[in-house]
Design a protein around this ligand. Structure first.
Ligand code: GLY
Length: 280
């Protein structure tokens, strides 16, 4: 069993030691709870479980604590990919719900599994998700002062369960100050992808991640025989010509775990089958 979670990128200069310690604590706590959950649940369920807890932490830019767009609204995106059924589901720019990843989960039962904008928000309401404001005071202050937030902070999780099944889940509040309607990478296969061989979740600038097709590319390379490390290395090398800004976590079916970042530094925690590690 393997679990990796990430909380996006954070600028070193904007982080106090206190914030770093808090993030470490929160990531380790979520990792521990997810390990217990994985004992009796599969990879997909666990990736959703972990991602929902990350969404609920205001330290990250997803769910509660999401960044605010140009017009003062929060629009969130989340996706799940089940590496066994090869089904992907997601919501793009959904509004006023607590956990976008749960709406993505609900969409797994539908024929139309990726919904955007008003349709996504209406679907969530029809399915009984209560109205919820994910705006925090800190994000509002940043928005009003047009100050850049202290991180792009997308969250995600990849899991290998005891049956050898893989899954990935990713959730984001976007870039902050973006043109309303911008589509993030997180609910696309560039930002979140899994199959029977590998699962990857990305963070960083959505435009760069989509331009490189990052998650799908890494997973495809592993499927075609690359080791997880080689697949990450080649795919991240391909971001260099245009200074792509991305980070990713991945796990392969043989239990290898890996992360990479084009710029410092991705915040993540990992259970490699024996030990926990956390990088903040
Ligand atoms: N990776 C999140 C975004 O660019 O929207």
């Amino acid at each position: 069993m393997r679990i990796l979670i990430h909380g996006g990128f954070f600028s070193e200069s904007s982080q106090s030691n206190e914030t770093k310690l808090l993030k470490q604590k929160v990531l380790l706590d979520i990792l521990e709870k997810s390990k217990v959950y994985l004992q009796s649940n599969n990879a997909v369920a666990t990736s959703i479980f972990a991602t929902a807890m990350l969404e609920d932490s205001p330290l990250f830019n997803a769910g509660t604590g999401s960044q605010i767009q140009q017009d003062g609204k929060i629009r969130m995106s989340a996706a799940i990919m089940d590496g066994t059924s090869l089904k992907f589901s997601g919501v793009i720019n959904v509004e006023d719900i607590q956990n976008p990843v749960f709406v993505a989960q609900r969409l797994m039962k539908e024929d139309d599994r990726v919904l955007g904008g008003e349709g996504a928000t209406k679907y969530a309401a029809k399915e009984g998700f209560p109205l919820f404001s994910t705006e925090t005071e800190e994000r509002k202050k940043e928005y009003l002062s047009k100050k850049e937030s202290n991180g792009t902070g997308t969250v995600g999780c990849v899991v290998l369960d005891r049956q050898g099944k893989l899954a990935a889940a990713t959730s984001t509040g976007g870039k902050g100050f973006e043109i309303p309607g911008r589509v993030s990478d997180s609910a696309t296969i560039a930002g979140n992808f899994a199959n029977q061989n590998c699962a990857v979740s990305c963070t960083g600038v959505g435009e760069d991640i989509v331009s490189s097709g990052l998650a799908t590319k890494i997973v495809t390379r592993v499927t075609d025989g690359f080791s997880l490390t080689e697949a990450f290395k080649k795919s991240f090398d391909e971001l260099k010509p245009y200074d792509g800004f991305a980070g990713a976590i991945g796990v392969s079916k043989n239990g290898d775990v890996f992360f990479s970042e084009s710029h410092p530094k991705i915040v993540y925690a990992c259970f490699d089958g024996e030990n926990n590690t956390v990088f903040v």
